[in-house]
Each structure stands twice: as structure tokens, then as C-alpha cells.
Write a protein that binds this ligand. Sequence first.
Ligand code: NAD
Ligand code: UDP
Length: 318
Amino acid sequence: MPALTNRKRVLVTGGAGFLGSHLCERLLAAGNDVLCVDNFFTGSRDNVLHLLDNPHFELMRHDVTFPLYVEVDEIYNLACPASPIHYQHDPVQTTKTSVHGAINMLGLAKRVGARIMQASTSEVYGDPAVHPQPEEYWGNVNTTGPRACYDEGKRCAETLFFDYHRQHKLDIKVIRIFNTYGPRMHPNDGRVVSNFIIQALKGEPITIYGDGQQTRSFCYVDDLIEGFLRFMDTPAGVTGPINLGNPGEFTMLELAEKVIRLTRSASTIAHKPLPQDDPKQRRPDIAKARALMEWEPAVPLDEGLERTIAYFRGRFFS
Ligand code: NAD
Ligand code: UDP
């Protein structure tokens, strides 16, 4: 059924998580009705507490591995644990969330004729042999390793999106997100930025896995969400996949040094074993995003880290 007003009705799955909560905020600010669906596995009501009084915001507890019957115009499918510790906690559920979740949300989009975006990941490139990674690269994923539940789940979800597009003419948008950080990251999810900041603020040793020469590219959350919104507004038929991330590339040692300097911490560095299948390098080629929607990240790593440090300090150390 069409909406009674000209406000768009937007569903965000995983909306109570780190990225989802920022996305809900931006969608409300742009004048949309937002339905946030989450099973609170890694997300929390706290992340959207400030939105609960908004009459255009609705929070629903629901697991996307089960069908969902709602009337919406657009869907952002973000539901899925994103950090290695969380997605390896119950790997079967992780694959189910990506695959069954994608089928359910695509089925919903098909029934109501909604445009649907999938939050895919740079992990589809695995431990990449091509550097930086363009969208054409097919990746290097170990199908049986501990990261496969996430990587292969997300790869299969991409396949489903493109098959629904070809078979049922669905209006799809697939984005591949590279490491993103910022306020509301889960403090215990083991991701490198939150780990380093918390360790530095506690004055504990900074845990570097392996020799710290592996690289990542870190995008500040506001930049990423801007990319989400711009890509969702591209014409029908522009499907992606499209890389969204910050092309600045840093070793984990460089990141640790930055965090120690910006927090003025006395923390030392402690090396720990490198987890299995940990990618050695990662950097997005964002030429397509630049050309298509004039998008590129604006927040430099030092500035984004300062904002994130201020958040963690205020929330957990005041
Ligand atoms: P997050 O863990 O904070 O958010 C994921 C949200 O999904 C949580 O609120 C969680 O409770 C919810 N969820 C998990 N399983 C669910 C299920 N079965 N049903 C309903 N809700 C469920 O992580 P995030 O960093 O905000 O990631 C959001 C999305 O972006 C994920 O799909 C992730 O794979 C993708 N992504 C994130 C990054 C990043 O660096 N943050 C990088 C690549 C991809
Ligand atoms: N890492 C680290 N110390 C930590 C947490 C992570 O050295 O306390 C490393 C990890 O081995 C990886 C990089 O930081 O090489 C990024 O890890 P994260 O889990 O944040 O993301 P992903 O590996 O999924 O990119």
C-alpha cells in the first residue's frame, strides 16, 4: 500500500548497532519515517535511546532470519554481527543471518516493491592478492576458516541480491564497507580501534596481533553514512557493488602510536599471536564512488580518532 504522506518509510535492519544507529539518525534528520529492526545481539537500545521520543521513529525487536511483514519504501539491510569476536561466537547463526536474512529482506522488498541496500564488506576480498582492492577483484577467501561464516555469508548475500535483481527485477544497491570507526562502537567487540582506545585510556598495554605490519584503511562513521545516503539515491539500475571506505592506509603499529599520542597515554605495546586468516593488507579503490556520486571521505584519521576517544572517555571513563 502506498504511504499516506510523502515521507519515505525506511526500514533499517541492525538499526540499533553502531552503523545502524547513525544511519537512523541521518534518515530521521532528512525527514523520513524510520523503522529500526534489531535482535539486540550486538546492538542495544542505548544506541537509539535518544531517538525513541521521535514520533517518526519505531524500534522493533525482530530476528531477520525470520520473515518480516511490514510496509516500507526503502530497506537498508545491516543486520549482522561485524567484529570477528562477535561473528565467530555463533558462526552458524552468522551465516544464517547473512543468508536467510538476505532472503527474507529481499522477499519483503519484492512483495512491497521497495528499493533495498545490502551492507556488504571488504571481507568479500578475503586476504587480498590485489592491492588496493577494486570492485572487479573476486577475492581470496578461505572457505573453511574461522572468518568464512562472515565472509562467505556476505558473499552469498551479494549473490542473492544480484539474482533477485536479474530474476525479479528488484531495485538493489550493494555497498562494500571497509573498516569504519566512531562513537557507539561496541566497547568489547575486539575491533582494533575500540580495543586500542580503551587500552590506552586504561593505561594498559596496547595489544598488537602479530608484528603489527598488517594494514587497514579506517573510515570515520559520518563519511560512510553520507556514502550510504548518496548511493541509495542513485538511479535505479545502478546496483554496485561499490566500495565505501577511506583510502588512507596504516599499519596497526602506526595506529597504536597515534592512539597513544592522542590519548596522552603511558601504555606500552604488547605483541600477541596473529589470528588465523587475518588479512595482511586492505585499502579500498574508491574511484567508482568518486566518479558516480562525488563521494570521498572528509574526516582525517587523527580527527576521527579524537572524536572517538572523546566518546569513549565520556561514556566509560568519566
Ligand atoms: P554492529 O554489530 O554494531 O551492528 C549489527 C547490528 O545487527 C546489531 O545491532 C545487531 O544486534 C544486529 N543483528 C545481528 N544479527 C541480527 C539478526 N539475526 N536479526 C536482527 N538484527 C541482528 O556492527 P556494525 O559495525 O554497525 O555493522 C553493521 C553492518 O555493516 C553489518 O552488516 C556489517 O557486516 C557491515 N560492515 C561493517 C563494517 C565496519 O567496519 N563497521 C565493515 C564492513 C561491513
Ligand atoms: N588487531 C590488533 N589488536 C587488537 C585487535 C585487532 O592488532 O587488539 C588487528 C587485527 O589482527 C587486524 C586488524 O587489527 O589485523 C584489524 O582488526 P579488526 O578486528 O578491527 O578488523 P578486521 O580484521 O575485520 O579488519
